[in-house]
Write a protein that binds this ligand. Structure first.
Ligand SMILES: NC(=O)c1ccc[n+]([C@@H]2O[C@H](COP(=O)([O-])OP(=O)(O)OC[C@H]3O[C@@H](n4cnc5c(N)ncnc54)[C@H](OP(=O)(O)O)[C@@H]3O)[C@@H](O)[C@H]2O)c1
Length: 314
């Protein structure tokens, strides 16, 4: 494993982080896999050198993480979890945040969280998050119950990062979780100048999702881009839109190429990978540790998708 420092937090983190949510939720999304299977996946990640584990109040995987890490010295791990936003008319939103944190601490079996995020903050939520939730987040940090304050964007509704563009100017967060992939690299222009200037730690989500792991979905997504005139049909083979990426690089699969693309993006600290499949986990960690994609492939990707800020890859 390779390690890096998460922004200016000083936290030493593995460049591959385990995402315990997303479409797979460690295989538990549709009850298709057992809790024991999920616990084994987290342990496998830790054995591979992954020390960054990301979960959330809503994923149902906090107790899985808790059981998986029970025998590991706490200081070897960087635990990230998230508070779902209380409703704006909640009578005591700050109290709700404290309650959520206490519950997360209990489920994970720890007495502090390394990075505690406000989860999925959309542009419409920003003023509420800033004015009503940030004071309690700061208090929890002062109390040592959380070490750093994070936010995750609502990427599906905000794929051009408007909430983060605004809030990074106000220097609210120690760490941000950003949607960034070869299909939507808009954070490069919109966010990295701000995160770099602030020393904000950057966690990458949506590296692969459905479009880069399911060929039929990729065809649909690219077909829509061609239909809308965002990409010329002369530039992309509609039947095999990213075939060139495998021909022009040594990547063995699109998920591999997609994780490598994100890993070598200057500005990204940790690439999250979410899976319910132990073989995928091993492949993905291996992919994240491989060298950058060749320049010729990167240049072609940039010509195709470099100017787009609408895709989520879902
Ligand atoms: N707003 C937010 O706060 C937010 C939103 C989304 C995600 N997140 C966090 O970011 C993490 C990463 O996002 P994500 O889980 O969507 O991860 P991702 O790594 O971008 O994509 C995961 C999807 O790709 C598939 N996949 C992974 N590796 C594969 C491989 N080698 N071959 C084929 N398919 C593969 C998985 O299916 P298999 O199970 O079959 O491998 C799953 O469907 C989440 O787990 C979560 O912790 C946060």
């Amino acid at each position: 494993m390779e390690y890096t420092t998460l922004g200016s937090t000083g936290l030493k983190v593995s460049v591959a982080g385990l995402g315990c949510g997303g479409p797979s939720r460690l295989g538990m999304r549709n009850d298709s896999q057992s809790a024991n299977h999920a616990i084994a996946l987290v342990k496998q990640a830790v054995d591979l050198g992954v020390n960054f584990l990301d979960t959330a109040q809503t994923y149902g995987t906090e107790p899985i993480v808790g059981k998986a890490i029970a025998g590991t010295p706490r200081e070897r791990l960087v635990i990230s979890t998230k508070k779902t936003l209380p409703a704006e008319d909640h009578p005591d939103p700050a109290g709700e945040v404290v309650k959520g944190l206490e519950q997360s601490l209990k489920l994970i079996g720890t007495d502090y969280i390394d990075v505690y995020h406000l989860h999925g903050v959309e542009p419409k939520d920003y003023e509420f998050a800033k004015n009503r939730l940030m004071p309690v987040m700061r208090r929890l940090k002062e109390q040592g119950k959380i070490r750093f304050i994070g936010v995750t964007e609502g990427f599906v509704v905000d794929p051009s990062h408007t909430m983060l563009q605004e809030s990074l100017k106000e220097k609210l967060w120690d760490v941000v979780m950003v949607g960034f992939s070869l299909l939507n690299p808009s954070a490069r222009k919109n966010l990295w100048p701000l995160t770099k200037a602030n020393g904000t730690g950057v966690l990458d989500m949506f590296a692969v999702r459905r479009a880069l792991s399911q060929p039929e979905r990729l065809k649909e997504v690219c077909g829509e881009l061609i239909q809308k005139g965002r990409i010329s049909k002369n530039d992309l083979d509609a039947n095999d839109p990213l075939g060139f990426l495998l021909r022009e690089s040594d990547a063995a699969s699109l998920p591999e190429a997609a994780y490598r693309f994100c890993r070598h993006e200057p500005g990204v600290d940790v690439v999250l990978t979410g899976t319910g499949n132990p073989a995928h986990l091993k492949e993905n960690v291996t992919a994240i540790l491989k060298p950058p994609l060749p320049k010729v492939a990167l240049e072609r990707l940039d010509r195709l998708f470099g100017g787009l800020d609408s895709l989520t890859g879902n």
